[in-house]
Design a protein around this ligand. Structure first.
Ligand SMILES: [Zn+2]
Length: 218
Protein backbone atom coordinates (compact mmCIF):
# COMPACT_ATOMS: atom_id res chain seq x y z
CA UNK A 1 0.00 0.00 0.00
CA UNK A 2 1.32 3.45 -0.89
CA UNK A 3 1.14 6.52 1.37
CA UNK A 4 -2.49 7.54 1.26
CA UNK A 5 -4.64 4.87 -0.27
CA UNK A 6 -8.37 5.08 0.26
CA UNK A 7 -10.74 2.12 0.19
CA UNK A 8 -14.47 2.64 -0.14
CA UNK A 9 -16.99 -0.01 0.92
CA UNK A 10 -20.30 0.11 -0.89
CA UNK A 11 -23.33 -2.16 -0.79
CA UNK A 12 -26.95 -2.08 0.32
CA UNK A 13 -27.81 -1.53 4.00
CA UNK A 14 -27.36 -4.84 5.79
CA UNK A 15 -24.77 -6.16 3.33
CA UNK A 16 -22.15 -6.21 6.08
CA UNK A 17 -19.99 -3.53 4.49
CA UNK A 18 -19.47 -1.82 7.86
CA UNK A 19 -18.26 -5.06 9.42
CA UNK A 20 -15.83 -5.63 6.55
CA UNK A 21 -14.55 -2.04 6.71
CA UNK A 22 -14.00 -2.44 10.45
CA UNK A 23 -11.92 -5.58 9.80
CA UNK A 24 -9.87 -4.07 7.00
CA UNK A 25 -8.88 -0.78 8.70
CA UNK A 26 -6.69 -2.27 11.47
CA UNK A 27 -5.10 -4.63 8.95
CA UNK A 28 -4.02 -1.60 6.90
CA UNK A 29 -3.33 0.44 10.08
CA UNK A 30 -5.61 3.27 8.97
CA UNK A 31 -8.80 4.75 10.47
CA UNK A 32 -12.26 3.44 9.63
CA UNK A 33 -14.85 6.09 8.84
CA UNK A 34 -18.51 5.05 8.88
CA UNK A 35 -20.88 7.66 7.54
CA UNK A 36 -23.84 5.86 9.14
CA UNK A 37 -22.17 5.98 12.56
CA UNK A 38 -21.29 9.65 12.12
CA UNK A 39 -24.88 10.49 11.17
CA UNK A 40 -26.38 8.48 14.04
CA UNK A 41 -23.93 10.22 16.39
CA UNK A 42 -25.05 13.60 15.00
CA UNK A 43 -28.70 12.63 15.60
CA UNK A 44 -27.95 11.57 19.18
CA UNK A 45 -26.08 14.78 19.95
CA UNK A 46 -28.95 16.80 18.39
CA UNK A 47 -26.54 18.88 16.34
CA UNK A 48 -27.86 20.98 13.47
CA UNK A 49 -26.80 18.31 10.95
CA UNK A 50 -28.33 15.67 13.20
CA UNK A 51 -31.73 17.37 13.24
CA UNK A 52 -31.78 17.41 9.42
CA UNK A 53 -30.48 13.85 9.11
CA UNK A 54 -33.02 12.42 11.58
CA UNK A 55 -36.04 12.93 9.32
CA UNK A 56 -34.36 11.12 6.43
CA UNK A 57 -33.00 8.25 8.49
CA UNK A 58 -36.37 7.66 10.19
CA UNK A 59 -38.04 7.38 6.78
CA UNK A 60 -35.36 5.00 5.47
CA UNK A 61 -34.16 7.59 2.98
CA UNK A 62 -30.68 8.74 2.09
CA UNK A 63 -29.59 12.03 3.61
CA UNK A 64 -29.18 14.89 1.08
CA UNK A 65 -25.85 15.12 -0.73
CA UNK A 66 -24.76 18.33 1.02
CA UNK A 67 -25.29 16.79 4.46
CA UNK A 68 -23.40 13.60 3.54
CA UNK A 69 -20.54 15.54 1.98
CA UNK A 70 -20.16 17.96 4.92
CA UNK A 71 -20.06 15.12 7.43
CA UNK A 72 -17.63 13.02 5.33
CA UNK A 73 -15.33 15.95 4.56
CA UNK A 74 -15.04 16.89 8.22
CA UNK A 75 -14.11 13.30 9.12
CA UNK A 76 -11.59 12.50 6.39
CA UNK A 77 -9.82 15.87 6.61
CA UNK A 78 -8.56 15.02 10.11
CA UNK A 79 -4.85 14.40 10.32
CA UNK A 80 -5.20 10.75 11.34
CA UNK A 81 -6.54 10.12 7.82
CA UNK A 82 -3.53 11.56 6.05
CA UNK A 83 -1.96 8.13 5.47
CA UNK A 84 -5.16 6.75 4.02
CA UNK A 85 -8.44 5.46 5.40
CA UNK A 86 -11.28 3.02 4.91
CA UNK A 87 -14.77 4.48 4.53
CA UNK A 88 -18.23 2.94 4.28
CA UNK A 89 -21.63 4.43 3.57
CA UNK A 90 -20.10 7.20 1.48
CA UNK A 91 -20.22 8.16 -1.37
CA UNK A 92 -23.78 7.00 -2.05
CA UNK A 93 -24.68 9.05 -5.14
CA UNK A 94 -22.89 10.12 -8.30
CA UNK A 95 -22.79 13.74 -7.08
CA UNK A 96 -21.13 12.64 -3.86
CA UNK A 97 -18.60 10.54 -5.80
CA UNK A 98 -17.60 13.45 -8.03
CA UNK A 99 -17.14 15.77 -5.03
CA UNK A 100 -15.28 13.02 -3.17
CA UNK A 101 -12.77 12.79 -6.04
CA UNK A 102 -12.14 16.52 -5.80
CA UNK A 103 -11.75 16.29 -2.02
CA UNK A 104 -9.28 13.38 -2.32
CA UNK A 105 -7.29 15.41 -4.84
CA UNK A 106 -7.04 18.25 -2.30
CA UNK A 107 -5.97 15.80 0.42
CA UNK A 108 -3.46 14.15 -1.94
CA UNK A 109 -5.12 10.81 -1.31
CA UNK A 110 -5.69 8.11 -3.85
CA UNK A 111 -8.95 6.22 -4.28
CA UNK A 112 -7.53 2.73 -4.60
CA UNK A 113 -10.63 0.52 -4.77
CA UNK A 114 -14.36 0.54 -4.31
CA UNK A 115 -15.41 -2.78 -2.80
CA UNK A 116 -19.05 -3.45 -3.55
CA UNK A 117 -20.55 -6.01 -1.18
CA UNK A 118 -23.27 -7.64 -3.23
CA UNK A 119 -26.13 -9.47 -1.51
CA UNK A 120 -29.77 -10.30 -2.37
CA UNK A 121 -32.66 -8.62 -0.52
CA UNK A 122 -33.96 -11.92 0.92
CA UNK A 123 -30.64 -12.54 2.65
CA UNK A 124 -30.60 -9.01 4.09
CA UNK A 125 -34.14 -9.42 5.45
CA UNK A 126 -33.13 -12.67 7.10
CA UNK A 127 -30.18 -10.99 8.78
CA UNK A 128 -31.61 -7.64 9.79
CA UNK A 129 -35.09 -8.47 11.03
CA UNK A 130 -33.51 -10.76 13.66
CA UNK A 131 -31.25 -8.03 14.95
CA UNK A 132 -31.79 -6.67 18.47
CA UNK A 133 -29.87 -3.91 20.22
CA UNK A 134 -29.47 -3.05 23.89
CA UNK A 135 -31.08 0.22 24.90
CA UNK A 136 -28.48 0.79 27.59
CA UNK A 137 -25.08 -0.22 26.19
CA UNK A 138 -25.73 -0.64 22.45
CA UNK A 139 -24.62 -4.31 22.30
CA UNK A 140 -26.04 -6.04 19.20
CA UNK A 141 -27.61 -9.53 19.14
CA UNK A 142 -29.28 -11.71 16.54
CA UNK A 143 -32.21 -13.99 17.34
CA UNK A 144 -30.77 -16.76 15.12
CA UNK A 145 -27.04 -16.18 14.85
CA UNK A 146 -26.18 -14.59 18.20
CA UNK A 147 -29.13 -14.83 20.63
CA UNK A 148 -28.96 -13.36 24.16
CA UNK A 149 -28.91 -15.87 27.04
CA UNK A 150 -32.24 -14.51 28.34
CA UNK A 151 -35.00 -13.40 25.97
CA UNK A 152 -35.06 -9.65 25.52
CA UNK A 153 -32.29 -9.02 28.08
CA UNK A 154 -28.72 -7.88 27.37
CA UNK A 155 -26.01 -10.38 28.46
CA UNK A 156 -23.57 -7.56 29.10
CA UNK A 157 -25.53 -5.09 31.22
CA UNK A 158 -29.02 -6.52 31.77
CA UNK A 159 -30.56 -3.74 29.70
CA UNK A 160 -33.69 -4.14 27.59
CA UNK A 161 -33.25 -5.33 23.98
CA UNK A 162 -35.22 -3.67 21.19
CA UNK A 163 -35.52 -3.76 17.43
CA UNK A 164 -34.15 -0.61 15.84
CA UNK A 165 -36.85 1.24 13.92
CA UNK A 166 -34.83 0.96 10.70
CA UNK A 167 -34.50 -2.84 11.11
CA UNK A 168 -38.14 -3.64 10.32
CA UNK A 169 -39.07 -5.45 7.04
CA UNK A 170 -40.85 -2.49 5.54
CA UNK A 171 -38.07 0.00 6.19
CA UNK A 172 -35.39 -2.44 5.01
CA UNK A 173 -37.18 -2.98 1.68
CA UNK A 174 -37.51 0.76 1.13
CA UNK A 175 -33.86 1.33 2.00
CA UNK A 176 -32.78 -1.46 -0.37
CA UNK A 177 -34.75 -0.09 -3.29
CA UNK A 178 -33.66 3.49 -2.65
CA UNK A 179 -30.09 2.28 -2.42
CA UNK A 180 -30.17 0.32 -5.69
CA UNK A 181 -31.78 3.18 -7.56
CA UNK A 182 -29.53 5.92 -6.27
CA UNK A 183 -26.28 3.99 -6.51
CA UNK A 184 -26.55 2.60 -10.02
CA UNK A 185 -25.00 5.77 -11.61
CA UNK A 186 -22.33 5.60 -8.90
CA UNK A 187 -21.54 1.99 -9.76
CA UNK A 188 -21.26 2.91 -13.46
CA UNK A 189 -18.95 5.79 -12.57
CA UNK A 190 -16.56 3.60 -10.58
CA UNK A 191 -16.73 0.79 -13.13
CA UNK A 192 -15.61 3.20 -15.85
CA UNK A 193 -12.86 4.53 -13.59
CA UNK A 194 -11.66 0.94 -13.11
CA UNK A 195 -12.01 1.07 -9.30
CA UNK A 196 -14.94 -1.22 -8.74
CA UNK A 197 -14.59 -4.75 -7.36
CA UNK A 198 -17.64 -6.95 -6.66
CA UNK A 199 -17.52 -9.02 -3.49
CA UNK A 200 -20.03 -11.80 -2.80
CA UNK A 201 -21.53 -10.78 0.55
CA UNK A 202 -23.86 -13.76 0.98
CA UNK A 203 -21.28 -15.76 2.93
CA UNK A 204 -19.73 -15.88 6.43
CA UNK A 205 -18.01 -12.72 7.62
CA UNK A 206 -14.59 -14.45 7.52
CA UNK A 207 -15.19 -15.86 4.01
CA UNK A 208 -16.19 -12.42 2.75
CA UNK A 209 -13.14 -10.90 4.41
CA UNK A 210 -10.86 -13.36 2.59
CA UNK A 211 -12.27 -12.09 -0.70
CA UNK A 212 -11.90 -8.47 0.45
CA UNK A 213 -8.26 -9.02 1.46
CA UNK A 214 -7.48 -10.60 -1.90
CA UNK A 215 -9.08 -7.66 -3.75
CA UNK A 216 -7.18 -5.11 -1.65
CA UNK A 217 -3.83 -6.84 -2.24
CA UNK A 218 -4.25 -7.13 -6.00
ZN1 LIG B 1 -26.51 -3.86 27.35
Amino acid sequence: MSMADVFVFAGPPGSGKGTQAKLLAPKLKVPHISLGDLLREAVRSRSKVGEIAKNYLDAGKLVPDNVAIDVAEEAVSRKECKNGFVIDGFPRTLEQAVLFDILLGKLKSNLKKVLYIDIPLEEILKRLTGRRSCRKCGAVYHLTYNPPKKDGICDVCGGELYQRHDDTDEVIKVRYEVYKKQTSPLIDYYTKAGNLVYINGAKDVSEVFKEVSKAVAS
